[in-house]
Ligand binder design. Sequence first.
Ligand code: GLU
Length: 300
Amino acid sequence: MAPEQDPGGGARRVFRFAPSPNGYLHLGHAYSALLNFRWARACGGRMLLRIEDIDRERSRREFEQALLEDLHWLGVHWDAPPRRQSEHLADYSAALDTLARRGLAYPCFCSRADIARACAGKKDWPRDPDGSLLYPGTCRGLSEAARAARMASGAPFSLRLAMTDTLATIEAPLTYREFHEGDSGAVVTATPEVWGDVLIGRRDVPASYHIACVLDDHVQAVTDVVRGVDLEAATGLHRLLQALLDLRTPDYRHHRLVLDGAGKKLSKSSAAPSLRALRRQGLGAADVLADLSRRMNVPL
Ligand code: GLU
């Protein structure tokens, strides 16, 4: 799965680790950061750090400071100043405007409760890969006048991609290269339709993870996206957004997740010990690397 030396044309490969500063890093983050860093170094590429802090409610500067320290402690370093997404909201907003102007995105005034109510009683209503109910389309058919009136009244709204209309504008199948851990890669066909009319701009911020991620990967000239398999389903949608916004498509390397004793994914909200807690217990970075190598059965 490790990338070959040269992506062609003599260009250097570019990797990025993109944590969200909404909690302390744990072993799962350490694994992802280390794979990015090791592979970048192994192929003479660049390593970048991106702070994904568009979620104003959950992101905190103290977590950002902590993750910078934890990564240094782990021996992960980057080759340019970190890019902080909260400083680029105008760019995400402009991309959303482009999609809206082309009729591919529409304002949605529904709350989660509205959506749950609209789907209630409809047996086996489909869900997206994250487990959320697929949007039932309530606001898709609103007239321009109705939309304008609701916006003028100050009603909060988010922006959704009109999936069926959008896919109709795409001529050839969308593909990308996927390298799972341990395999030599394959061309995969994207299936963005599994997300339905997905949210691409949120009520509180003029962006979403999806739009910010594809724009930043492009701006940062990322050639290799190394992240956990829990984000693999999102990649089909990212591929579609890249096609719509004329952005480059990197190679994707979705890696295994670090699991806890019960076989569950480690998360910031679960009881997974943070890297700083391990450090406080007296562990050194070498101990963490050895533990991860053993758990994941790879040299680190
Ligand atoms: N910010 C995301 C996370 O912390 C990672 C996004 C990505 O690598 O594309 O899970």
